[in-house]
Ligand binder design. Structure first.
Ligand code: PAZ
Length: 352
């Protein structure tokens, strides 16, 4: 018997990891509804020969308890995803916007930032009406028209998620539904996806306590864990310290590229805080998953510069010059997102 080729071994391992993950972690209650909505949306645009992009946006939570009071979150306000979605719509794509619930949305993002309450843009008009302040009217009208156009033409489907598990179930479902679109499908993965999670079978049911009762509860949970041979993820609350034991989230980008959407174009993002590792991490991701493009960004400069890493080309930095770093009404503009999408655009400068 010959030994399995290393590539095939990796493939079956990724498939097994997928199988185990979805077998162990329940789908969100909304999955069926989302699936039906996505199916109808994709069918509608496929019959018009239109390109469809799945934009993912926002952070994924990692609940610590089944009845969740506490959770770990990943950084993302949804600015990149929501802004990019607007530009995809402008470019003629139909957009499925898979986003963290309550994160920024295309169009409404201009008025939803907490430092720019939408009410500040409005005033009372005559006869009890509400009108926009004169100075904001032109921009508001322009945003409103684009929003209405997207709605009236069924160009934008908004699907929310909360947890990492919700996200992965939705991603797999939508990717598989998009498969018939072939090269007309694009995946733009801007969501901030947790690398760690608490598997369902090791999650404690109730709110983790910080007092003596906690020790008793943890002991109880451990006892029931012993019956199943599993240790709960909250391994101890000792002297009021909480120690949490997280599992790695399987690397689903591999499955997306090889199994769920083999003909789609796949763009992923890589967020780092240490500038010295950004490019190498982006290259590592590209080598590992063999997709089309990794866009690297640093937490501190993400709104002004990104690096494009593609197979067979030198790294390409896209930077918004200092004097162009203006704020939109909402103050949440993602200018480099726009520049990146309009690649080669005069607003962006490129350099090392
Ligand atoms: O949503 P936002 O504009 O606040 O942030 C966008 C981002 C930094 C989360 C995104 O550009 C990104 O890098 N996403 C991938 C994160 C990751 O490495 O998992």
């Amino acid at each position: 018997m010959s030994a399995a080729r290393p590539g095939l071994e990796r493939q079956s391992t990724a498939e097994e990891a997928e199988h185990d993950y979805f077998a162990m972690n329940d789908p969100p209650r909304s999955l069926q509804t989302h699936s039906a909505q996505a199916k109808a949306f994709i069918g509608h645009h496929a019959s018009r020969d239109r390109r469809v992009v799945l934009v993912t946006s926002g952070g994924t939570t990692v609940p610590l308890e089944n009845q969740t009071v506490r959770f770990i979150d990943n950084f993302s306000a949804g600015t990149r995803g929501a802004t990019s979605a607007e530009y995809f719509l402008k470019a003629g794509y139909a957009v499925i916007f898979l986003h963290r619930q309550y994160s920024l949305l295309p169009y409404s993002r201009h008025y939803s930032h907490s430092t720019n309450c939408f009410l500040d843009f409005l005033r009372e008009g005559s006869h009890g009406s509400v009108v926009a302040h004169e100075e904001y009217r032109e921009e508001m009208l322009s945003v409103l028209r684009k929003y209405n156009w997207a709605k009236e033409n069924n160009m934008l489907l908004l699907l929310p998620f909360t947890t990492i598990t919700d996200y992965l179930w939705n991603l797999r479902e939508i990717a598989q539904l998009m498969r018939p679109l072939g090269s007309k499908s694009l995946f733009y993965l801007a969501a901030a996806v947790s690398d760690f999670f608490v598997p369902k079978d090791r999650m404690v049911e109730h709110k983790i306590q910080s007092s003596d009762a906690a020790e008793r509860n943890i002991r109880k949970a451990k006892d029931s864990g012993r019956e199943t041979g599993l240790e709960p993820s909250v391994t101890s609350v000792q002297s009021k310290r909480l120690v949490v034991d997280l599992d790695p989230v399987p690397k689903f980008l591999k499955r997306l590229v090889d199994g769920w959407a083999p003909e789609g174009m796949i763009v992923s993002f890589k967020l780092e805080t240490d500038p010295s590792i950004l490019a190498s991490k982006a290259h590592y991701s590209l080598d590992r998953y063999s997709h089309h493009l990794v866009i690297g960004n640093l937490l501190s400069t993400r709104k002004w510069e990104v690096v494009f890493v593609t197979p067979g080309s030198p790294d390409r930095w896209i930077r918004v010059p200092k004097h162009r770093r203006t704020k939109s009404l909402s103050g949440s503009e993602d200018q480099v997102g726009l520049a990146a999408l309009k690649s080669g655009n005069a607003e962006a400068t490129e350099g090392c």
